[in-house]
Design a protein around this ligand. Structure first.
Ligand code: UDP
Length: 239
């Protein structure tokens, strides 16, 4: 078997929601993303793992801000990612992708436990892996979890799909500053020193320390997942 490129795609939970639906998950959004992921995986013949967030359901900081115990609130957030992961698995399987959900929090009836070698085995067999429950520890985000898993499974790149209309890394927040310009490429150092908002600092420094490049792109644009996973110069490359 030839060497296939191995990539981790991070998508936020909010990408699965929409204003058209009262629900936290809009099935038509999930389907749309699954169609794009399936097409990219097939045409590019990739080994693809997806880390899905949970922000459409719960964020740990929301509860902590209201006086909840942070660890409890973060655990609620992690469980939210499992709901999203199951929705994505279902949609990917409807697109003909054999998909395994690997959860960092054990729940044997629902998903396989995350075991590094098992994740790699699934990928080698051509299955899509969906990582659920982040890394299983409170005080972390799914961005950092995606970076960790990418390093663990020796992925060549982390693709971070955004959903808020910002299609890469800018010199300033383009929603607030009309003079902001987009970087085609930017170094980890610059992201940190200029406090550019890409991912949280924990995730950025982890990627820097482990030489893991990040492609930041607009997940929602038609065909963008294919371009990002295919290594085309879309969005911003951080390395
Ligand atoms: N979370 C956590 N540990 C992890 C991953 C996630 O505690 O390893 C919690 C955290 O509270 C976070 C929530 O799960 O706010 C949802 O994840 P995230 O905010 O990263 O989702 P996204 O913004 O990508 O939708």
């Amino acid at each position: 078997m030839g060497e296939r490129r191995r990539i981790v795609l991070k998508m936020s939970g909010e990408a699965l929601a929409s204003s058209a639906s009262d629900e936290t998950i809009d099935a038509s959004m999930v389907e749309r993303i699954a169609v794009e992921i399936a097409r990219a995986r097939d045409e590019l013949d990739l080994e693809l793992a997806v880390m899905v967030g949970g922000g459409n359901i719960w964020r740990g900081t929301t509860g902590a801000g209201a006086g909840m115990d942070r660890a409890t609130s973060d655990t609620m957030g992690m469980l939210g990612t499992v709901i999203n992961a199951l929705a994505l698995q279902d949609a990917l399987e409807h697109q003909g992708q054999v998909t395994r959900v690997l959860s960092a929090v054990q729940m044997a009836e629902v998903a396989e436990p995350y075991i590094r070698r098992r994740a790699i085995r699934h990928l080698e067999k051509g299955r899509v892996v969906v990582f659920a429950a982040g890394m299983g520890n409170p005080y972390f985000t799914t961005d950092t979890s995606a970076a960790l898993r990418a390093a663990e499974i020796e992925a060549e790149m982390l693709c971070k799909g955004t959903h808020g209309g910002v299609d890469g890394v800018y010199t300033a927040d383009p929603r607030l500053d009309s003079s902001a310009t987009k970087y085609d490429e930017v170094s980890f150092m610059e992201v940190v020193s200029k406090d550019l908002r890409v991912m949280d600092l924990t995730a950025i420094t982890f990627c820097k320390d482990n030489g893991l490049p990040i492609r930041v792109f607009d997940l929602m644009g038609a065909g963008n997942i294919m371009k990002a996973l295919g290594g085309e110069p879309i969005g911003t490359l951080v390395r």
